[in-house]
Design a protein around this ligand. Structure first.
Ligand SMILES: [Ca+2]
Length: 307
């Protein structure tokens, strides 16, 4: 029986590589391709790191495409630099040539073509802004009917946003970064009938990566993927770091570990609350991940990265 069709669109942050490393272990899905959106990264090293991780994990037949969209509110440079670090990890540079193909077409064209050609409904796993998807849908609005659901790390429903320490004044700090980068695209996707499953800060705030977990990843030198995950997390151990993109991907893998809840929501497109995902009666009904069995989730990561 064919697996669930999935397109993965990430934005090159550290957590995105970890999400990719989890996604590539899933056997019940049919991964159509990986798109890199130039948001929480510098795009060339982000595409390089993505392809090298796919090589390392023996998945070099899956195509990668580089999106050329632009956002409105850029991510801080300090966040984006990790794309250079990961691309230069020794474990990802044992060979000169990269086997995983980089397509000549743009990420947004590839996303549109993949949806058009898909035999059945496609799940979009989105761990960056919705800009590339919105660009694909702007080309061909009829493609919305080919999307079974969008599983998105984004938004803050009943908790503060996470942009507060990083931007200058004028905003009310209610927004989450993936929405804030391009509120207009998120707003456009909200106007479609596509089902959305959201992994908002409301749940990710409870799933912090602990130093003990990171050390445990490093204590298994026989598993290169575990070691690579440990290196990625080591770069951010000076700060609080949560499972954002990895938790979202975890829902695709193990929905049984989660509870969900429905909300009616709107996206504020402009002004001081731009990028806010506001709970509002009469708004688009979405499903949000509400709670997760943390212990089982981290045990699952440890198991999947044991390769
Ligand atoms: Ca991301």
């Amino acid at each position: 029986m064919p697996g669930e069709l999935v397109l993965f669109d990430h934005d090159g942050g550290l957590d995105d590589y970890l999400a990719l490393m989890l996604l590539l272990t899933l056997e019940h899905i049919d991964l159509l391709g990986v798109i890199v959106t130039p948001a929480d990264c510098y795009i060339k090293p982000a595409v390089g790191a993505t392809r090298k991780i796919m090589d390392l994990m023996g998945r070099s037949t899956i195509p990668v495409a580089e999106s050329t969209v632009r956002g409105i509110n850029p991510f801080p440079r300090a966040f984006r630099r990790s794309s250079f670090h990961v691309d230069h990890f020794p474990i990802l540079n044992r060979h000169d040539a990269i086997a995983t193909p980089l397509l000549a077409e743009t990420g947004q064209d590839f996303q549109a073509r993949s949806l058009r050609e898909a035999a059945g409904p496609v799940t979009i796993l989105e761990t960056g802004p919705l800009t590339t998807l919105a660009a694909a849908l702007a080309q061909s609005p009829d493609l919305a009917a080919k999307i079974g659901r969008i599983l998105w790390m984004g938004g803050a429903l009943n908790v503060p946003g996470n942009v507060s320490h990083w931007i200058d004044g004028g905003q009310d700090m209610s927004m989450e970064w993936n929405v804030y980068w391009d509120p207009l695209s998120a707003h456009a996707v909200w106007q479609t009938g596509i089902p959305i499953v959201l992994c908002p800060l409301d749940i990710t705030n409870h799933v912090k990566v602990t130093p003990a977990f990171v050390r445990q990843l490093g204590q298994r030198p026989q598993y290169p993927v575990s070691e690579l995950a440990g290196y990625c997390y080591a770069l951010v151990m000076h700060q609080d770091y949560y499972c954002w993109d990895v938790l979202t991907t975890g829902y695709l893998a193990r929905p049984d570990l989660f509870t969900t809840r429905e909300w009616e929501t709107v996206i504020i497109p402009t002004g001081p609350s731009q990028g806010r995902t506001q709970v509002q009666e009469g708004g688009k009904r979405i499903t949000a991940l509400d709670a997760v069995d943390k212990e089982a989730f981290f045990a699952y990561l440890m198991h999947q990265w044991g390769r």
